[in-house]
Every structure is written in structure tokens, then in C-alpha cells.
Design a protein around this ligand. Structure first.
Ligand SMILES: Cc1cc2nc3c(=O)[nH]c(=O)nc-3n(C[C@H](O)[C@H](O)[C@H](O)COP(=O)(O)OP(=O)(O)OC[C@H]3O[C@@H](n4cnc5c(N)ncnc54)[C@H](O)[C@@H]3O)c2cc1C
Length: 494
């Protein structure tokens, strides 16, 4: 039996560790389906959403598979695999439906402050890439989810879509696709708005400046989270939504399911431009193709961002090596996450992924001049003085043993569940925030809904998310209705 001399701060049903978009979304869904549930969020920092969910720490792309070329790889049989794009698009529709539901229900939830329509464009040059993009366009446009995608290899049209690309010096052949209904999303603002609604509810507590140091399972199957200042919280269910730090906290729980998992942190930087004359010339998110050897999420993109009403341009990300798991973390994070059980995985992945390591070293060595020359692929007349470097968030990529390929580096998101389903942790960071609602519904279904309440909870979720349990791809009428309703409610119609 665990004996403790600590101060018991709270006894709760659900303890969420981390006040980013994931933790806030899970708490919000839970309180919508069962207002009596006791939910606590603990956040180490003085404010929520200061890590990856902060608008400057991520790209703010409402990932829907419209422009990200890594979601539609060319297969060895010369066909384009669009399955990942479909999955992500459907996942983002779930987020849009939930945000629309909250907009209708709560005056405090104001989409004008967090979501804007910003077209999503893919841009490539060179014959091989143009052939790929054309193939991708034909593969997507027959799918109801991507019906509105446009393609052009006419420089005049592309120049209208991306005015910054126009230059007297330009002699390259380009092709581009555009989806008008793409979005820019401020995930930090959503986090704040979700939390401000939650704070009005009973049985909900947000405790900032409360860092979880340890988590132990109690003999009755609940968990004791040890916090700073000798405080502790007892909870029936724990969700670790601690961004890059999730892996380290998961290791502390000692659940069997974390065995073999390791983390590989990659930090990032953006070139940022605030010159109003330049900013006014760009009104899209333009994604290019990632360099060979680079991680898929480091595809270069030039984005219009709208943060607190201010329009800025962001180009990047420029990846680099770090040993920290959070911006506010410690340089010992990586080394302290190395355990006997994940050492082999780590070593093998480092050996296998040497092109990635070389890529990161090269990225680290880039000067402002080099970065500007990358930017000039999108904006040939860019002036160095208009752009400055800012830090982005840190992504801790998952390394794990897989049955098929042995130890492997994963670029996606994964939720690890304990055998008893009394604890879950979210690892990885892509596509992340855009599909936060779908990911958190998964946690609710798998761990928190009790059998006797299953049908009542599911019907509540269905009211919030009309496409819940349905395949939108196979229900084009419902898709059309949902899209037009949501776009109107969220103010992103065109
Ligand atoms: C460079 C970059 C670009 C990205 N671009 C996009 C994009 O365009 N679109 C998109 O959808 N997603 C994007 N993402 C991913 C997205 O930002 C993340 O998926 C999302 O923000 C993760 O939210 P979270 O709540 O899990 O983590 P976070 O926002 O990092 O929150 C975790 C919280 O846990 C707290 N915490 C950590 N340890 C403890 C502890 N011991 N005790 C208490 N609290 C703790 C932290 O302080 C932090 O506030 C990007 C990420 C990066 C890094």
C-alpha cells in the first residue's frame, strides 16, 4: 500500500496533465457529455498554451490534407496513396463540427478570434514534381472531400494565387493546386476559450504553476500524482497531455505499455515578416516539397498567419537538433528519457536514420543568407532586412519497436493506453492540434465512458458532431450540409 505524507489537493474522476489544446479539448468534451464529472487540469507554467499550442510555436495550419504533399506519397506502383489525406480531412471536419457546436452554445466561444479562411496551396517546380502534383490532383478531385481542389500549371494563374512568386528573374516551370476553403487556426486562442468556458462549470479546476513530478498507481486502481510543494491529486483516470514531456511522465507511471518507447526531439525556427506591404501581398498557405532526407513535417511553407488580429508571414520551419523536450524543459530531457528498455530502439533508430541526422546538422549550420535563399523559392524578390528568425515549438518524435520494421522513428501522433484503461498518454505531434477533437473522443470512448452510460454519452456526442460514427466520404449529402453550416457558423465561408 502506498503511504503518503503529502497534502491531498483534490480527489477527482479525471486528471489531465498539461494545459495545451489537447488537455483543454478533452476536459471540454467530458464536461459537455457529463457535467457532474470531476475534472482537474494541472499545468506547470503560469499560463496555459505556452508550449506547442502557442500560435507562434506551430504553423497554425488547419491540416485537412489539402496542401501537405507528405500525406499523399507516390507509391512504387506509380499511384498516389490518398488514404492519409482522407483520414486527416475527415478528422479536421470533426474539429470544425465541435467548434461550431460550441459557438452556437456559448457566447464566450468566438471563432472570429481563432479561425480564418486562408486558401491552401501546394507549389512545385520541375517536370517530375509537376507530373506528381497533376497525378495527385486527379487522385484527390474525384473524392467528395476534395471536390473543390483546383490545379494550374499556367504561371499567370499561379501568379494570381501567389503574387509573391512573380519576379522578372523567374524562368522556372511551376504547377500548383489550390483549395479555397483552407484555414489558419490559432490553437492557443482555442485553448484559452475552451478553458474560459470550463472555468464557469462546477467540478472543474485548472491549476496553473502545478507541475507533476511523479505518478503512481494506487492499490484501488486509481492514480496519485505528486506535484511540486508536496501536493498530490488522486484520480480514477489520468490523461498525460504534456506535449514533449508526455514520454517522461508516461515512463514514471511504469505501465507495461510504455516499454520500448523513446523520444527524439526536433526543434524549429521560422523566418517571420511583419512588413505590412509584403504581408498584404500574400493571402495563402503555400506548401512545397520536403528535401530528400528531411523529416516529412519539415516541408517548407510560406504562410499568412493571423494572430491576435495581426497579419504576419511565416516561412519555415527550419529544423534543428535539441536535447530538450519542451521549450521550458531541461537540456537533460533526452538523456534522462533513456532507459534500459528503450536503449536498443534508440541506438538502432539513430543508426537507421543517419540521413535525418545529417539533415539536422545541415539545418543547424544554415545562415540567414541560406534561409533567405530557401525562402526565395517561394518569394524570389524577398529582402533579407524584412525577415527575422523566431523560435518554433519542439516536437518529440516517437521511436518504438514495430513488428514489421523493427525499431522505427514515427512522425505521427499516438495515444498509449494502460491495460486497465485507467491511464492514457498522447505522444508525437503531427497532425496534432487540427485533429484534437477526434483524438480526444477516442480517449473518451476507450477509457472514460462506462458501459451503462455508453448509449447516453454517444447520443450526446452525436448531437455535437453530426458525422460521429459516419464516414463522410461515403455520405456526400451530409458532408455538403455539414460543410456549409460549419463554414457559416465559423465565419469561414466564401
Ligand atoms: C513547429 C511546429 C509546427 C506545428 N504546426 C502545426 C500545424 O500547422 N497544425 C497543427 O494542427 N498542428 C501543428 N503542430 C502540432 C501542434 O502544435 C501540437 O499537436 C499541439 O499543440 C499539441 O498540444 P498539446 O496540448 O498536446 O501540447 P502542448 O501545447 O505542448 O501542451 C503541453 C502542456 O503540458 C505542460 N506540461 C508539461 N509537463 C508538465 C508537468 N510535468 N506537469 C504539468 N504540466 C506539464 C506544458 O507546460 C504545456 O503547457 C506543430 C507543432 C510544432 C512544434
Amino acid at each position: 500500500m502506498l503511504k503518503s505524507k503529502n497534502i491531498l489537493l483534490s480527489e477527482t474522476d479525471v486528471l489531465i496533465i498539461g494545459g495545451g489544446i489537447m488537455g483543454a479539448t478533452l476536459a471540454s468534451i467530458l464536461k459537455e457529455v457529463d457535467s457532474n464529472l470531476r475534472v482537474d487540469i494541472v499545468e506547470a507554467l503560469s499560463k496555459p498554451a505556452l508550449e506547442s499550442s502557442h500560435p507562434l510555436n506551430n504553423a497554425g495550419t488547419g491540416h485537412a490534407g489539402y496542401c501537405e504533399l507528405n500525406y499523399t506519397p507516390l507509391l512504387p506502383n506509380n499511384r498516389i496513396d490518398i488514404q492519409k489525406a482522407i483520414k486527416i480531412n475527415a478528422g479536421f471536419e470533426i474539429s470544425l463540427q465541435y467548434w461550431s457546436y460550441l459557438t452556437k452554445k456559448y457566447p464566450l466561444f468566438s471563432p472570429a478570434k481563432f479561425i480564418k479562411r486562408v486558401p491552401h496551396i501546394s507549389l512545385v517546380n520541375g517536370d517530375k514534381n509537376i507530373a506528381y502534383l497533376k497525378k495527385r490532383y486527379f487522385a484527390l478531385k474525384n473524392n467528395p472531400l476534395f471536390k473543390t481542389i483546383e490545379f494550374s500549371s499556367n504561371f499567370k494563374t499561379i501568379g494570381k494565387w501567389i503574387p509573391l512568386l512573380k519576379s522578372k528573374k523567374s524562368v522556372k516551370k511551376y504547377a500548383a493546386t489550390k483549395v479555397e476553403s483552407g484555414t489558419d487556426v490559432d490553437f492557443g486562442e482555442i485553448t484559452f476559450q475552451l478553458l474560459s468556458i470550463l472555468k464557469t462549470k462546477k467540478n472543474f479546476h485548472l491549476r496553473t504553476e502545478h507541475k507533476v513530478l511523479d505518478i503512481n498507481e494506487h492499490e484501488d486502481g486509481s492514480w496519485l500524482a505528486k506535484l511540486t510543494d508536496d501536493k498530490e491529486i488522486k484520480s480514477k483516470f489520468v490523461f498525460i497531455a504534456s506535449g514533449g514531456n508526455s514520454l517522461k511522465l508516461l515512463q514514471k507511471t511504469k505501465v507495461y505499455e510504455q516499454i520500448g518507447y523513446a523520444g527524439f526531439p526536433i526543434s524549429g525556427q521560422w523566418l517571420v515578416c511583419k512588413d505590412p506591404l509584403v504581408v498584404a501581398m500574400h493571402s495563402a498557405k503555400v506548401y512545397g516539397k520536403a528535401d530528400i532526407g528531411s523529416p516529412p513535417m519539415s516541408m517548407p511553407h510560406l504562410d499568412l498567419r493571423i494572430i491576435n488580429g495581426e497579419k504576419i508571414l511565416m516561412f519555415g520551419p527550419f529544423a534543428s537538433f535539441t536535447s530538450k523536450f519542451l521549450i521550458s524543459g531541461s537540456f537533460f530531457d533526452l538523456i534522462s528519457s533513456v532507459k534500459f528498455h528503450n536503449l536498443k530502439t534508440l541506438c538502432i533508430v539513430f543508426l537507421k536514420e543517419w540521413p535525418l541526422l545529417i539533415y539536422l546538422i545541415k539545418q543547424n549550420l544554415k545562415t540567414h543568407k541560406n534561409r533567405m535563399s530557401d525562402l526565395r523559392q517561394f518569394y524570389p524578390d524577398a529582402k533579407s532586412k524584412d525577415w527575422h528568425l523566431e523560435d518554433a515549438g519542439i516536437r518529440v518524435q516517437i521511436m518504438k519497436k514495430t513488428k514489421k520494421d523493427g525499431p522505427k522513428l514515427e512522425f505521427g501522433t499516438e495515444i498509449i493506453y494502460s491495460k486497465q484503461n485507467n491511464l492514457a498518454a498522447l505522444l508525437g505531434a503531427s497532425p496534432g492540434a487540427s485533429i484534437s477533437v477526434q483524438s480526444m473522443i477516442h480517449v473518451v470512448e476507450k477509457c472514460i465512458i462506462k458501459k451503462e452510460r455508453l448509449s447516453s454519452w454517444k447520443s450526446k456526442i452525436k448531437k455535437m458532431i453530426p458525422s460521429y460514427d459516419l464516414d463522410l466520404e461515403k455520405n456526400p449529402k451530409l458532408l455538403k450540409k455539414i460543410r456549409s453550416t460549419n463554414q457559416k457558423i465559423l465565419g469561414i465561408n466564401y
